[in-house]
Design a protein around this ligand. Structure first.
Ligand SMILES: *Cc1c(COP(=O)(O)O)cnc(C)c1O
Length: 385
């Protein structure tokens, strides 16, 4: 900017002019900040990374306006919506596909509440693999549209997400497909732990006091704990941040288990909350979530759908971040945690914002790629590749 020398007019359009010369142009290759930066702590052999899209290396935002609104001077947002398919699911997808590419696998499968499926559809498309996705019939049509646009084959399962997981895993075994299912493939945890390394580096090789994380099946939170544990194992730090897990009030099996209280039926209805990304009735690694939250001195909290909607609006209006309801759960959880004295406003707090808002206008999916099934036989009969 210091070198602007004037301007010229092009039919009413103003072009700024500079003191031109070759030295003005940027030189050298900028280093790309991606999760592969931590490959010495990832289960992949040496050699070039084959996964063709940069993943991770998402910004840690200092959110000045949001800090002011909340009175939290050391608040940060780890913005996972910046991943290519708009959620933290891209990390797990990339590592699983990287491994599959090295083994010559042609087809990948996963069950999903939506975002893991979109990430798998996009990642497989980029890597030249086939994606076979299993979702509940309740999956948002906007997310189905993203999957079929990327060329994925989608099976809808009426009995919901848990049945979709069973079918996807059975199909992987029967047809020899790569199984990306969370809780089944340990690479999903390995990939998601890189968020902990990034936050530590982005804070100047320091840890926050507390990190707030939406919880569905559990790998996002458990992986953060693993990442922080590995920083200790590497001798880089001696303590770990507290982790606070957030669930939606209408689907909060782990919050009730944490409080050692019985769940009411109204709190176990994944279709009743707008937080589809974390609406999981039987979390795949729920026991591990409770274990690490206890060990780190953290907690589990639930938030209402109204609080989630208000968090979505606040993230947009005070941080410029567009999140889906599940993606904004950490902010809703922060407000609840402050109310319950689980967090002090002057601590260093990191909110993990996990998924971007789904744009309207993407609502039509390709029906020739979507089939409702109940059994593996029906899956096999419907396969046209
Ligand atoms: C999947 C997901 C989560 C939580 O992930 P788990 O690892 O299953 O606990 C949170 N937010 C969004 C938007 C998600 O898609």
């Amino acid at each position: 900017m210091g070198s602007v020398t004037g301007s010229v007019d092009l039919a009413g359009c103003e072009w700024l002019q500079y003191d031109y010369g070759a030295a003005r142009m940027a030189r050298g290759r900028p280093g790309l900040f991606t999760m592969w930066r931590y490959r010495e702590l990832l289960p992949i052999p040496d050699g070039p990374v084959r996964y063709p899209v940069p993943i991770g290396g998402t910004p840690l935002l200092h959110a000045p306006a949001l800090r002011q609104t909340l009175g939290t001077p050391y608040l940060w947002i780890k913005d996972e919506t910046r991943n290519p398919s708009a959620s933290n699911k891209d990390r797990a997808t990339a590592l699983v596909i990287e491994d599959g590419l090295r083994r010559g696998v042609e087809t990948i499968t996963t069950a999903s509440t939506g975002n893991a499926a979109v990430a798998t559809a996009f990642g497989a498309a980029a890597a030249g693999m086939r994606a076979v996705i299993f979702v509940s019939t309740d999956c948002l049509p906007e997310k189905l549209a993203l999957m079929t646009q990327a060329g994925a084959w989608v099976f809808q399962v009426r009995e919901g997400y848990a049945a979709a997981v069973d079918l996807s895993r059975a199909a992987a075994r029967t047809f020899g497909w790569l199984d990306r299912n969370t809780g089944a493939n340990p690479f999903t945890i390995e990939a998601k732990k890189t968020v902990a390394f990034e936050v530590w580096e982005q804070l100047g090789r320091r840890l926050p006091d507390v990190m707030i994380v939406p919880v569905g099946d559990g790998p996002t939170l458990v992986a953060l704990d693993k990442g922080f544990t590995e920083l200790v194992s590497c001798g880089l730090t001696t303590r770990q941040p507290r982790l606070i897990g957030v669930q939606a009030e209408r689907c909060q099996p782990l919050v009730r288990a944490w409080l050692d209280e019985p769940t009411r039926p109204a709190e176990l209805d994944p279709t009743a909350t707008i937080a589809d990304g974390i609406a999981v009735l039987r979390p795949a690694i729920g026991d591990a979530v409770l274990e690490v939250v206890r060990r780190d001195g953290g907690a589990m909290v639930s938030v209402t759908d109204d609080a989630l909607l208000s968090a979505v609006a606040t993230l947009a209006g005070r941080a410029g971040v567009g999140a889906e309801p599940a993606g904004a759960a950490a902010l809703a959880g922060l407000e609840k945690a402050i109310e319950h004295d689980l967090i002090n406003r002057t601590e260093t707090i990191v909110l993990l914002v996990t998924g971007r808002e789904v744009k309207a206008g993407q609502a039509t999916y390709d029906p020739s790629r979507v089939t409702v099934v109940e059994t593996l036989d029906e899956v096999e009969r419907a396969l046209t590749f």
